[in-house]
Write a protein that binds this ligand. Structure first.
Ligand code: NAD
Ligand code: ZN
Ligand code: ZN
Length: 340
């Protein structure tokens, strides 16, 4: 099978021929049909974060495909079943976090495409308990972006406890943001979308944003304040200054939800304003299996649109450059069914 491998941080990925992986106890092998390119995969390939993966590794945590081999003890998945493999590859199931519905905070978790090989491959392994069944109504190329971009933003809005009548700012309308706009609308909020390209701002409007703010030409904080300030702001742009800009546009009691993970990211939060205005800064990391099931249910019901461009895995390095140049409309998905 073919896989795109990070051999060295910052170097182009290498397409390699590898033997099919054998599932261990509790695992399944999946024939990957579709695999999304999350900006996190670029951070992984560049070694951007304090906790780094160990090359060589295969990135990718928006994998969708068909189960083709069952490891010992797997009884609830069947051969030929379509599943999605998210960032949360495995958690312990026993700790305080796992038992309280916060498996995404488990300290023993293994992350797909980071702590184990991921979905930039024709075949991959997954722990059966964390492989999410994909409803029949959802095509693989659409299921892939929902598996990280979808669940992450859906969860971030839950964390912010967004209510109808609230103003929600979505900073960055990329892979994550284009779905965040839609979930915020479904939650009943008024949505302000912020980006730095005309195409992204037009996309946000088409997907339901009530107002758009061009961070190149407008002061984001002042623009949000003109509308009363945001009750919640999702920081999805890979840029420290975008976090500060949107934080300055919160209304009293508002919440900044940090989601993007720029390399060496540090944000200056003014103490006086935060205290006097009673604002909060919250981190939010992906979502649980239950959150992903809800995201799939919404899409199967026709409530969300996944905007994606389809590519071959062989073009992975060009695709990464396109994402970094901000040229991708929302999400690139590798089509491994036809793209071999
Ligand atoms: P993306 O590249 O598809 O989207 C980023 C968007 O931000 C683009 O539309 C870009 O034009 C826009 N942008 C750039 N500068 C901006 C600015 N100054 N103001 C407003 N918008 C600006 O990336 P993505 O795949 O959506 O991922 C975004 C970030 O979220 C990455 O850092 C990724 O690692 C992280 N992420 C975090 C989690 C989590 O669980 N916390 C999950 C998935 C991804
Ligand atoms: Zn745990
Ligand atoms: Zn991701």
């Amino acid at each position: 099978m073919k896989a795109a491998v990070v051999r060295e941080f910052g170097a182009p990925l290498v397409i390699e021929e590898r033997p099919d992986p054998e599932p261990g106890p509790g695992q399944v092998r999946i024939r990957v049909e579709a695999s999304g390119l999350c900006h996190t995969d670029i951070h992984a390939a560049h070694g951007d974060w304090p906790v780094k993966p160990t090359p060589p590794f295969v990135p990718g945590h928006e994998g969708v495909g068909l189960v083709e081999a069952l490891g010992d003890g797997v009884t609830h998945l069947s051969l030929g079943q379509r599943v999605a493999v998210p960032w949360l590859g495995k958690a312990c199931g026993r700790c305080e976090h796992c038992l309280s519905g916060w498996e995404t905070l488990c300290e023993s978790q293994v992350n797909t495409g980071y702590g184990c090989d991921g979905a930039y491959a024709e075949k991959m392994l997954a722990w059966a308990d964390f492989a999410q069944p994909v409803p029949r109504e959802i095509a693989p190329l659409e299921a892939a972006p929902l598996t990280c971009a979808g669940v992450t933003t859906y969860k971030a809005l839950k964390v912010a406890d967004v209510r109808p009548s609230q103003l929600v700012a979505i900073s960055g309308v990329g892979g994550l943001g284009h779905l965040a706009v839609q979930y915020a609308k479904i939650a009943g909020a008024t949505v302000a979308a912020i980006d730095v390209t005309d195409e992204k701002l037009e996309l946000a409007t088409r997907l339901g944003a009530d107002l758009v703010i061009d961070a190149r030409t407008e002061n984001v904080g002042e623009a949000l304040k003109r509308h009363g300030g945001a009750h919640a702001a999702l920081a999805l742009a890979v840029d420290d200054t975008a976090f500060e800009a949107v934080n300055s546009g919160l209304r009293r009691g508002g919440k900044l939800v940090m989601v993007a993970l720029p390399a060496h990211g540090t944000v200056r939060v003014p103490i006086f304003d935060t205290v006097l205005n009673g604002t909060s800064v919250i981190g939010s990391i992906v979502g649980t299996r239950q959150d992903l099931a809800e995201v799939f249910r919404l899409h199967a019901a026709g409530r969300t649109e996944v905007v994606h461009e389809t590519r071959t895995l062989a073009s992975v390095n060009d695709c990464i450059d396109e994402v970094l140049r901000g040229e991708v409309k929302a999400r690139i998905v590798f089509d491994l069914d036809t793209g071999r």
